[in-house]
Ligand binder design. Structure first.
Ligand code: NI
Length: 390
């Protein structure tokens, strides 16, 4: 695998960067230490740094030659509000904070590419290294775009990547079209009538009503959505009550909806409202759906995907670049960037020798440091390919 030799030579150093970030995870919009480290490294390599985008986000700009062409490459910096269980020496030092999605690795890969490009300058044009906060639900990417990211740092194309715990090391996906789902959130507020648990007939039990609603929602995907459309409805929280002998007055459900097409997204919201309100009414209760639209689907631009696939092939070989793959139902706020500028979101396999296969967002998740040089080489190759010297 021809990852760039001079990048491979710095693998140990990149691993040290990644593990330092890993030991000090920060939640969305709180990436102060991370952002300081990234800014300091970029500046030390002579890269112009602009800070304060979406609070803790930053952009490093590297210009070379005379071409007006520019590309953006984005990494995410935030961690998750969960406690790590790996027991590694470099495990999170903060309970309730963990880099369980590998954003520490994505940040390190982009830093590795930035250093290589700043040192070798084998390109003609401008690279914007975009380090965004709060990918995990905070919409840091959306805020950066709304704050004028691409007005201040115009890009002809934008690229991002995520590690993949289901693909082997040395595999990269570059797939046209939809690769991630729309990720919406919902709450259901159920109001019954509280009372003594020994006299349920004098109450309207919101726990029973909520249970019916949870089950009724399952039939939307199985019975009312076309089998050819992909939809996920997951109820993930059910809150009610305060005592063993009291029927509570209210219950609250919370969950997420994932869809790939806007028409289906609209349809699901309407069906959920109907099912929730009617189910509650059938039991003499009331229920209100509070539905919040989240990240739109990531849609990879055909031309940008073609360019990314070509760069990936230079690093891992054309036979290891997957051009077709079913989309995932996860959300990604890279979507906001790809809505504004032709973009491509890639996945980089990280499974090898029994390492790297624990799913993201699991307390035992482990980013495989072996793919750091590969990701950095991918970005550097892409820049040298897209911004060729005369
Ligand atoms: Ni992630």
């Amino acid at each position: 695998m021809p990852a760039i030799n001079s990048i491979v030579a710095t693998a140990d150093e990149m691993t040290a960067w990644r593990r330092d970030l890993h030991a000090h995870p920060e939640l969305g919009f709180e990436e102060v230490r991370t952002s300081d480290i990234v800014a300091q490294k970029l500046a030390s390599w002579g890269i112009e740094v602009t800070r304060g985008l979406a609070t803790t986000g930053l952009v490093g700009t590297l210009r070379n030659g005379t071409s007006s062409r520019a590309i953006g490459i984005r990494a995410d910096m935030d961690a998750l509000p969960m406690t790590e269980a790996t027991g590694f020496d470099h495990a999170s030092r903060t309970p309730g904070r963990m880099h369980a999605c590998g954003h520490d690795g994505h940040t390190t890969m982009l830093l590795g590419a930035a250093r290589h490009l700043a040192e070798t300058r084998n390109f003609d044009g401008t690279v914007h290294f975009i380090f965004q906060p709060a990918e995990e639900g905070g919409g840091g990417g959306r805020i950066m775009v709304e704050e004028g990211l691409f007005d201040r740092f115009p890009c002809d194309m934008v690229f991002g990547l995520h590690n993949d715990t289901t693909l082997p090391v040395g595999t990269i996906t570059a797939v046209e079209g939809r690769v991630c789902a729309a990720a919406d959130r919902f709450w259901v507020h159920i109001t019954g009538r509280g009372g003594h648990a020994a006299a349920p007939h004098r109450s309207i039990d919101p726990v029973v009503v909520g249970s019916h609603i949870v089950l009724a929602l399952q039939s939307i995907v199985s019975r009312r959505t076309s089998p050819l459309d992909s939809v996920v409805i997951s109820v993930t929280q059910f809150h009610a009550g305060s005592a063993g002998n009291v029927i509570p007055e209210e219950a609250v459900l919370n969950g997420t909806v994932r869809t790939l097409r806007a028409e289906v997204q609209d349809e699901i919201e309407g069906l959920m409202r109907q099912v929730i309100e009617a189910t509650a009414a059938a039991h003499g209760a009331t229920a209100v759906l509070d539905y919040g639209r989240g990240y739109p689907p990531v849609v990879n631009n055909p031309a940008a995907t073609e360019r990314a696939a070509r760069a990936a092939a230079r690093v891992v070989g054309v036979e290891n670049v997957l051009r077709e793959r079913l989309p995932g139902m996860g959300g990604e706020d890279f979507s906001y960037m790809a809505q504004r500028v032709p973009g491509c979101f890639l996945r980089v396999g990280q499974v090898a020798n029994g390492r790297g296969a624990v799913a993201a967002h699991h307390p035992l998740y482990d980013f495989n440091d072996d793919i750091l040089p590969l990701g950095a080489s991918l970005w550097a190759s892409l820049v040298e390919q897209e911004l060729p010297r005369g």
